[in-house]
Structure formats: C-alpha cells, structure tokens
Design a protein around this ligand. Sequence first.
Ligand SMILES: Nc1nc2c(c(=O)[nH]1)N[C@H]1C(S)=C(S)[C@@H](COP(=O)(O)O)O[C@H]1N2
Ligand SMILES: [Mo]
Length: 426
Amino acid sequence: MDQAKQKQIAQQFLNEHTSLTRRFFLGLGATGAAALTASPLLAAEPDSEAVLQKAVSSIETWLTKPDDFRDVSRGKPLPHSLDEETRKAVGLTRDTWSLDVISDPENKARLGTELSKETNNAFRFADLMKLAEKHAVRFPKVMTCLNIGCPLGNGIWEGVPLRELLWLTEPRENLRRVFFYGYHNDKPDQMFRSSLPVGRILEDPFDLPPVILCYKLNGEWLTQKRGGPVRIVVPEAYGFKSIKWLSHVVLSNISHANDTYANGNNDLDSPLKTFAATISVPGKLKPGEPFAVTGWAQAGISGLSKVQAWIHDESKELPSGDKYHETASWQDAKLLGPPETFGGGLAEGRIPSPTMNFDPNTGRPMSWPIRLSRAHWAILFPGLPAGEYTFRCRTIDEKGHAQPMPRPFRKSGHAAIERVSIKVEA
Ligand SMILES: Nc1nc2c(c(=O)[nH]1)N[C@H]1C(S)=C(S)[C@@H](COP(=O)(O)O)O[C@H]1N2
Ligand SMILES: [Mo]
C-alpha cells in the first residue's frame, strides 16, 4: 500500500474514532463524571487520558464494511469468485436470480402452489422487491461463526420476512420445518443447508427481528461475497443458519433439524452467546505505569449488562474448585456508548431509516448496547508492582449470568473467558 493511501485510511480511521474518549467519559453519566474527578487514578495521573486515547484508537468501528467481514464460505470454486458471465448463467445476479419454493418430496408439506423454475413460476428478484415495498425490515446483527471465537462482522441487514414468501405457497397442512440452501456449483456434496422450525419463521418470539430474505447490508445491495443477490439472515442464530446465494426454500414435514452443520458435532439450536474479548492489552509495562485495556463484547440472546475485568497476580494461587472464577475480584469495565458515526461504509454515515432499535427521526439508537450486536468497552488501571499477571474479562448478561454460563460447551458457540498475560518489569 502506498503512503498516501495509508495516510488516507489513517485519517478516516481518526474521524471515526476521535469521539471515542468522549464516549468513554460521557458514558459515565453525571454521577460517574463526579466520581471521576475524585478518582485517585485520574487525579494522580494526568497521563491517563492519553493512555486511554491511545488504547481506544485501536477500537474498530461499530459496523463492519461488507468487504471487511471475515469470510468462512465453502465451495470449490467459491461462488463469489465466479466471473460475471458464469454468475449470470447460474442466476447469481439480481436480474437472473430465481428461487424455488417447493414441498419436500421426502416429507411432503401440503401446499396450494409451488414456485419453481420447472413450472416456470419461480420467485424472482422483482417479486422480492414487490414484497419489499410493503414488508421490508432492517435490523443490526453481528454475524458470528459457531466455530470461531470472534464475530465475523457487525451489520445492518435489510430484507423481507421469510414468512411473506411462505404465504405465497398457501401452506395447508403437514408443514413443520423449513430448510434452505444456496448455489453450490451443482454438486450435491457441496450443498450447505440449514433449517428452522416453521414457527420461528411465522412468528418472532420475544420481539426478535424476523428471519429475512436479505438483499442489502449497510444500505447497499448485498455483495457476492456476503451471499448476494439474496441470503437468509436469522437474527438470533450463529452464521451457519444464514444461507448465502439462496436458491431453494423447501417446506417440509420433517420433525427434526437437517442442517449440514449437524456434521462436526455442532449444537444446531444454540442461540448467540453473550461474551467479551480484548482488542488491546499492553503485554509489557513498567512498575506503576497506568494502562488501559479495550475490547469488544457480543450481546447475545440474553443481552449484555456489564463487561468485567480481573487481574490475577501469578505468584498467588487460584482458589480451587472455582473453574469459572466466580469468586474472583472482578471490576466493572466501561461499556462505550453509541458512537457518533457508525462506520461500515454507510452512505453519509447515517443508519438508514427506519431500522429496528434506532429512532427513525434522529437515527440514534433507542437503547444501548443493542441485543444481537456488538459493543465496545475500555478500562483504566493504575500501575502494578513488578511481576507476572493474567488479565481476564467476562460479560454479565441481562439475567445476571456471568460468562461462560449458562452453556460452557464449545460446540454451542464460543463463551470462554479470555486470558492475556501481562508482564511488569523495571
Ligand atoms: N451457501 C452457503 N451459505 C453459508 C455458508 C456456506 O458455506 N455456504 N457458510 C455459513 C457459515 S458457517 C457462516 S459462519 C456464515 C458466514 O457469513 P459471512 O461470510 O457473511 O460472514 O455464512 C453461512 N452461510
Ligand atoms: Mo460458520
């Protein structure tokens, strides 16, 4: 990368982050701000703000640019690597896309009509746009792979509730599950399939956003890489439910999940976990040197009320029988408030209106942090004496459960408490 380009990126980054320290201090609120002036740490250390400023400047923007999502797609070749001509030929452009919505031949659901290429009435992009005029919704969601510890990206997803498509088939009886898959090079062994109970599609329990046929991300058409022209997005689920390059929706009377992800011992019904991890931790410090730690947190299905941190002196033994460190002296970190600009390549940096969780007039969030999305946090520490330490962080969800509970099982999604070593040396 040339220097000018690097400089431009750095400048843009600063624009998105200059308000972060303000977010930190303002977020403390009136009582917090008063406590802050009285804080021995800040009174004694005029450098603390600089320390914090430096640490928060490494925090990513709240939204991720579509191209910056981490990609874990399967397929040989990857469907998004196909050239335009091939994509046209296989229906992976908006003007060539079509979707079959059919009854499962092996577990038949009784439908009034099927929509398919075979009967020349497949569902097309123009049909989707017609439904969108009346039913389009937008919501923020973090995309996270069940098998990866870090979110792939955070976005504003736009689409039409999948139920609107189901109604077009006039379902009558024997419909218990819906499964879906995308373009997979016409090779059965490359098929990547996911499924949901029909009830989750028809209704949105506990005010969750609906399961959607998604065609936009952060206000722009869904790119090939993100699964365009159309993908499924399941708000509360791990990434494997959100099928890319959607080509088939199958209405079935099968009584159990039949997802490709059943292979590999994955927990298919596990919703997004609440958990935290670090972005920057100083690995080496001088004795008495104040320092800041920053990180992100995923607000899972059970919400996020707190991020906590704990520094353990390695010369001391950990109490036995406390595998999840429930009795440790955890300290509350500061959850950063909503940023002034959200990043992610939004046009004019504004959240499109309307978007669930955001005020349609001001474009500002109505509550924070937002469930099923990402949040950021920071914490300042006074200096430590020379020695070796372990920094740990965890979340407390809205029900008061500390990470990694209630499910510490890895195959239900990452929830482990992160550990980072800190060395303090003269
Ligand atoms: N068709 C298809 N859809 C897919 C996949 C795939 O391999 N093929 N991978 C899934 C998995 S495992 C994840 S975690 C998400 C990742 O979404 P992203 O690439 O937009 O980050 O896509 C899901 N959808
Ligand atoms: Mo995944």
